[in-house]
Structures are given as structure tokens and as C-alpha cells.
Design a protein around this ligand. Structure first.
Ligand code: CU
Length: 216
């Protein structure tokens, strides 16, 4: 199973290099070790970040978020492990029904994320939250919790940033439009522990953060 996964991820990396990432749905089943959940395709024609997308397009991002990577660990210490040299991670800021001021990947709240050293990582944040204060973004850096109300940008040892992204446009989830942000960066060559956090004042202080671990 493990070997098979490595092969699949390697193949995925090649496809991504070839620029065909949006079409990667085919043959991507069984990656997650959660009983054959199929990895959803990334939406094919996403507009530039900053433009609103429909619930239908947002749902494709959510489906991807809920199926990419491998679940590791037990209980509260679950992590999502990403392998290969070309990784796409989709985080959701506060899926409806999740606790306030949290990130979700694979329905896990603020999970630990692990990526291999040197991997090219494309990180996408979909903001599903609603309300005037519910603007969210992502910084990844060395700065450890607890965080102050205002987190200086860039954070200490910053390696990635998704600018603040607006909340959804309507209370009704299915009738709303959604915003997302994305960034591509390389994981550091040296293994170590980083943290992802939301730079909206007060959010990281309230717990909107998690570990980002770079593995050998
Ligand atoms: Cu936030």
C-alpha cells in the first residue's frame, strides 16, 4: 500500500510538472487510506484569486481538501501527510459546522500538516466563513503559539503567505459566492517544525493555527 502510494504520488508530481494538474482526478483513488474515498478534481477553470467562485466550484475545492494527503496518527494528534515533490494542499477556513476560527483539512480541525523537505507546495485557502470579521488568511513561519492579538507580517521565519481572503457573500451556504487565495512555495531543505496561522487580528490568538512539519 505504501509503495503504491509513493508511485501514485510520483505520477501525480509528473502530471503536475506537465501542467495538467486540473485533470488529475482520474486514477487518484485510494490515496488517503480511508476506505477508497476518491480524490476530487481541482476545479478546472478557477478565476484568479480575489474573484468570487460559486458554491459548485467551492465544493470541488472542498472535495479535494477532504481527500488529498494521508491521515496519520490517532486521537487528537492526527496529521495529514503529503508526499512527493509537487504537492497541492487545500485548506478550508471554517467549514460550516466547524468551530469558530479554525482551519480544516480532511474535516480535521487545525491538523498537523507534514510535507517532505524541498517539496514544491501549492497551498490554497477557501474561506467558507460568514460575517464581517471572518476574513482569513494563512502565514507559515517559525513563530510559535501563543500568539498576540496582532501578528506581525511577515512572521518570524516566514516561508509562505496567503493574503487575507474575504468571507462568503451570503448566509445561505449554497446560494453564496466564495473567495479563495493561493500561493506556491518550496518547503525548506532542512527538516523542522513550522506553524501555519491566520493573520487576521485575534484569530491566531484564538487558536486559528496548526503545525506544519517539514520531514526529511
Ligand atoms: Cu482567521
Amino acid at each position: 500500500m505504501f509503495k503504491k502510494c509513493v508511485a501514485v504520488v510520483a505520477a501525480m508530481g509528473l502530471m503536475m510538472v506537465a501542467g495538467t494538474m486540473p485533470a488529475m482526478a482520474a486514477g487518484m483513488g485510494n490515496m488517503g487510506g480511508t476506505g477508497g474515498m476518491k480524490m476530487g478534481p481541482l476545479p478546472k477553470h478557477l478565476p484568479k484569486p480575489g474573484k468570487a467562485i460559486s458554491y459548485t466550484a467551492a465544493k470541488m475545492l472542498i472535495k479535494y481538501s477532504n481527500s488529498a494527503g494521508m491521515l496519520m496518527g490517532h486521537g487528537k494528534h492526527k496529521s495529514v501527510m503529503f508526499m512527493g515533490h509537487n504537492i497541492h494542499i487545500v485548506m478550508v477556513a471554517v467549514e460550516p459546522g466547524s468551530p469558530d476560527q479554525t482551519f480544516e483539512i480532511r474535516k480535521l480541525v487545525d491538523p498537523e500538516i507534514t510535507v517532505p523537505a524541498g517539496a514544491k507546495v501549492t497551498l490554497t485557502l477557501l474561506n467558507m466563513d460568514f460575517g464581517p470579521e471572518m476574513i482569513h488568511g494563512v502565514l507559515i513561519g517559525k513563530a510559535k503559539p501563543p500568539y498576540k492579538t496582532v501578528v506581525p507580517v511577515p512572521v518570524q521565519g516566514q516561508i509562505a503567505e496567503i493574503p487575507l481572503t474575504m468571507p462568503r457573500t451570503a448566509k445561505a451556504v449554497k446560494k453564496s459566492m466564495y473567495f479563495f487565495g493561493t500561493t506556491t512555495f518550496h518547503a525548506p531543505q532542512n527538516p523542522g517544525t513550522y506553524f501555519y496561522l491566520c493573520q487576521m487580528p485575534g484569530h491566531a490568538k484564538s487558536g486559528m493555527y496548526g503545525k506544519f512539519v517539514v520531514t526529511p
